[in-house]
Design a protein around this ligand. Structure first.
Ligand code: ATP
Ligand code: MG
Length: 335
């Protein structure tokens, strides 16, 4: 239904989505959200990509090597086909008017609503902070501002983000009820791999040392996959609930090969974990080779990367200023 509407009228949609600069983008990003971003961009949908630098501080006390990581993210975007001529890539902290939206938005949600958020609970469990910060509980509201400042109405994300998109919808709805229509109620868009698992069998994450980076070398990829967790049953099957570790490797190979996971598992049969790892390593390295080559080409031109962010920030700032003016008028604070 949503997909049909996008195809019929791409000009009616604006995508806002993004990533935290906590490390290089990985296969979970690629299959969970990046492919959708590129597909929508190529269909003619206006694409905004936020590099959520403030949100690095949700689960750690210090944001290390931010400039370098941000640059790496832009290279990953270029590698997978995000086109800066058509897409707006910007950094969160450079858009002051966007952050101003957080205050009225905070007033539209209750503390129990924030405390109930299952993704926040999960992230607290993996947090590197000794005490949970206020930003950890409020970052989904921050994210609502990220989406709504540019009136994004389509958010291609992984499954972990669904509770946050729901909070964004609630905030947009309550803002409309209280002050009048300024914001759309955005829809989340999941891919066919909404939560790809990492080499340890939990969600592949930049911060969990279980990820295969898009920009990793072929050798590093082979090493990481060799160390991936499997189980003792030599017969390879695709059973995501009963055998999550083995099945996530099968799925990864299948996604890269453009085949069904059942087929890939049947082909490996009783070859065991070693054959599975060989298959998935070859499939991943072959699939990523052209992206890795493009990434290396762009990496030689850091001036270009910085220019992309500078232009994106200018564009995002102009939009955020205009939206904030509308919000002030709606709230009666345009003195
Ligand atoms: P961190 O561990 O630092 O939180 P992350 O790997 O979870 O990093 P984010 O920057 O938090 O990455 O997420 C960026 C986007 O990628 C979100 O839309 C998220 O849903 C999606 N995403 C991240 N990991 C996966 C995954 N394993 N499978 C599918 N989508 C994912
Ligand atoms: Mg995350």
């Amino acid at each position: 239904m949503l997909e049909k509407q996008i195809q019929a009228h791409p000009e009616r949609f604006r995508v806002l989505t993004g990533d935290r600069p906590t490390g290089p983008l990985h296969l979970g990003h690629l299959f969970g959200t990046l492919q959708n971003r590129v597909r929508l961009q190529d269909m003619g949908v206006d694409l905004f990509v936020i590099i959520a630098d403030y949100q690095v501080l949700t689960d750690r006390d210090v944001a290390d090597r931010l400039a370098e990581t941000v640059e790496g993210l832009v290279l990953d975007y270029l590698a997978v086909g995000i086109d800066p001529e058509r897409a707006t890539v910007f950094t969160h902290s450079a858009i002051p008017a966007l952050n101003q939206l957080m205050l009225p938005f905070l007033s539209l949600v209750s503390v129990p609503e924030l405390q109930r958020n299952p993704t926040v609970k999960e992230e607290i469990a993996h947090s590197r902070q000794s005490a949970v910060s206020g930003l950890m509980f409020t970052y989904p509201v921050h994210q609502a501002a990220d989406i709504l400042f540019c009136k994004g109405n389509l958010v291609p994300v992984g499954r972990d983000q669904l509770p946050h998109v729901e909070i964004t919808r609630t905030i947009a709805r309550r803002f409309t009820e209280r002050y009048g229509p300024v914001f759309p109620e955005p829809d989340a868009l999941l891919s066919s791999a909404p939560v790809l698992l990492g080499t340890d069998g939990t969600k592949m994450s930049k911060s969990r040392n279980n990820a295969i980076a898009i920009g990793a070398s072929a050798d590093e990829t082979a090493r990481l996959l060799k160390g991936a967790r499997t189980d003792t049953d030599r017969h390879i099957t695709y059973d995501p609930v009963g055998r999550p570790e083995v099945s996530s490797l099968v799925l990864l190979a299948a996604l890269c090969l453009g085949r069904s996971p059942e087929d890939v598992a049947a082909e490996i049969g009783s070859g065991g974990a070693a054959a599975l790892k060989r298959t998935v390593t070859e499939a991943v390295n072959e699939f990523l080779a052209p992206m890795r080559a493009r990434r290396a080409d762009y990496a030689a031109d850091t001036g270009y990367v910085r220019k992309i962010i500078q232009i994106g920030n200018e564009r995002a700032n102009a939009i955020a200023d205009a939206t904030l003016a509308e919000v002030r008028t709606a709230m009666g604070t345009a003195y």
